[in-house]
Design a protein around this ligand. Sequence first.
Ligand code: ATP
Ligand code: HSE
Length: 309
Amino acid sequence: MKEIKIFSPATVANVSCGFDVLGFCLDTVGDVMTVRKTKAKGIAITKIEGASLPYEPENNVAGVAAKAILDAADNPFGVEIEIYKNIKPGSGVGSSSASASGTVWAINELLGRPFNKQELTAFGMKGEALASGAEHADNVAPGIFGGFTLVKQLNPLKVVQLPTPSEMWATIIHPQIEVKTAEARAILPKEVSLQKAIKQWANVGSFISGLYDEDYELISDSLIDNIVEPHRSQLIPYFDEVKKAMLDNGALGAGISGSGPSIFSLCKGEATAMKVAEVINKVYESTEIEFDIYVSKINTSGVKVLNLK
Ligand SMILES: Nc1ncnc2c1ncn2[C@@H]1O[C@H](COP(=O)(O)OP(=O)(O)OP(=O)(O)O)[C@@H](O)[C@H]1O
Ligand SMILES: N[C@@H](CCO)C(=O)O
């Protein structure tokens, strides 16, 4: 195989209670990438459409992630990478991470699959660190594994694949303003009170238990973030109005997607997800801000092959 074309999905990190550890994968939104083997060693980004991003491999998360996996494989060949961006950078639905996870997944296929999903996530995380200024794998992991994931630890990386309840859908609004992850991390407190930490880790535990038991009520009761959301929600116009509209119309829970500005909700069933989309559209259509709304089933397989040559 000389060339692979893939769909690299958008992802939602944090999932309210699990800052830097929980994430899930979307089905209907994502980037398309082509990765081609070259005889000459080295990495070249030859095409970027849909966003203005750096072509120098060392300044693009795709290039940094490609270097991490190719170095680990002793550089048997070089690669050319084409990126067709549908996920806007700084959107909060894992734009940078989609480039990182898509690149390492595609190169692993070209190499003959020497690396497992844990290793691919670790390579992708190297790329993601360029965008956010810190290593975190909560977008890369769901992009590689699909479904819901828990990043148990970073060093050495350990990702736990979680189950996806059969009727789980997500509705997301992306207000078209850019919030850079690095900046959204910089405003967070460095310490949290024990009282808040107790509530948060109880919610992570009960959320995961809810996923295993398909207990939508427990999932709903666990989607709370008392630590990060109060700080970051101030960066997102109409956050409170959108969250209220989501919850009032049947969403199981709602919060900031990744570092924002996107706002996500999880819903039981497509009909509720569509209803939530309708009401949040009403909240935003009367404002001056452009926006996109995504309704998606949870993608349980992660990156997908579109074409092989
Ligand atoms: N291939 C790439 N795709 C997207 N952004 C990239 C890429 N390479 C470098 N960047 C830089 O990364 C930054 C966007 O990443 P950032 O993590 O801030 O947003 P995001 O990935 O949409 O958010 P989140 O991780 O919260 O979902 C921008 O500054 C952008 O220039
Ligand atoms: N967990 C990260 C995800 C952003 O990509 C954050 O919220 O900063």
